[in-house]
Design a protein around this ligand. Structure first.
Ligand SMILES: C[S@@+](CC[C@H](N)C(=O)[O-])C[C@H]1O[C@@H](n2cnc3c(N)ncnc32)[C@H](O)[C@@H]1O
Length: 241
């Protein structure tokens, strides 16, 4: 299955990650987001996080997203939330050098670290994008154990343990200000939403063998090892002071 089809299966989710709007707000509070902030959301998807933050805290925002359908959905969401005057969405490659306005104070990278090559590379890229005093919320999956069987670790080669993440963040000059961790129930709900989207499409198109194989594979991965070995959390990175 190509990336566009996999994206489409999540397109009904406001936040395309195993978390909830309440947890995103908790992470934002830990990052001290307020009306004076300008939030840059890298790989912003359909703008759910930006709409939530701009609507709740009155901050301004810029979303960067390479998928045209997501950009369109994000602009519509921000418009409906009454935030379109404060949040701009750009259709471009967030990993490429982009001309950004001065004054960005917070970076969001929720489930988008892969666009930089993985979690380790994303931490470095976020540090370089932020001015002194800037904060970042990095939401990513992590290995729940140091002892990941090699056949599984190859599936998520860019995934870190939390200890590795802490070490890398410190090396880049960040302090870890907080963690907002998803529960197994959050993961179940996220997986179930993807399975439901697959099943809905299969109901009207039962001959789509590629989609059927995809659904089988993601269910087997989740119940075979993902549920036990992989977690997801938002890490709030701030100045060490
Ligand atoms: C897992 S989704 C997360 C979306 C959003 N952050 C959220 O939490 O709802 C990752 C997003 O990153 C986008 N993306 C991937 N590579 C990108 C790139 N190089 N530049 C901009 N966006 C990218 C994808 O199109 C997708 O919408």
């Amino acid at each position: 299955m190509d990336d566009a089809s996999a994206w489409d299966l999540q397109s009904d989710l406001a936040i395309m990650n195993p978390t909830t709007p309440e947890r995103v707000l908790s992470a934002a509070r830990l990052a001290r987001i307020g009306p004076d902030d300008l939030v840059l959301d890298l790989g912003c998807g359909s703008g759910g996080a930006l709409a939530l933050l701009a609507g709740t805290f009155g901050c301004r925002g810029i979303g960067v997203e390479q998928r045209a359908a997501a950009v369109e959905a994000a602009r519509a969401r921000l418009d409906a939330a009454g935030c379109a005057d404060r949040v701009e969405v750009r259709c471009s490659d967030a990993a490429a050098p982009i001309a950004l306005p001065a004054g960005i104070t917070v970076c969001l990278c929720l489930g988008s670290a892969s666009l930089f090559g993985g979690t380790a590379e994303a931490i470095g890229a976020l540090r370089r994008l932020l001015p002194p005093g800037g904060r970042t919320i990095l939401g990513e999956r992590y290995w729940r154990t140091e002892r990941v069987p090699p056949e599984f670790s190859r599936d998520f080669s860019d995934c870190l343990t939390e200890y590795e993440l802490l070490t890398l963040a410190r090396e880049e000059g960040f302090a870890l200000a907080g963690i907002v961790r998803s529960t197994e129930a959050d993961f179940d709900a996220y997986e179930a939403a993807i399975w439901a989207a697959c099943r809905e499409r299969l109901r009207t198109n039962p001959d789509d063998e590629e989609l059927r194989a995809y659904l089988d594979r993601v269910q087997e991965e989740y119940l075979g090892y993902g549920r036990e070995l992989v977690g997801w959390a938002m890490y709030v990175l701030d100045e060490p002071w």
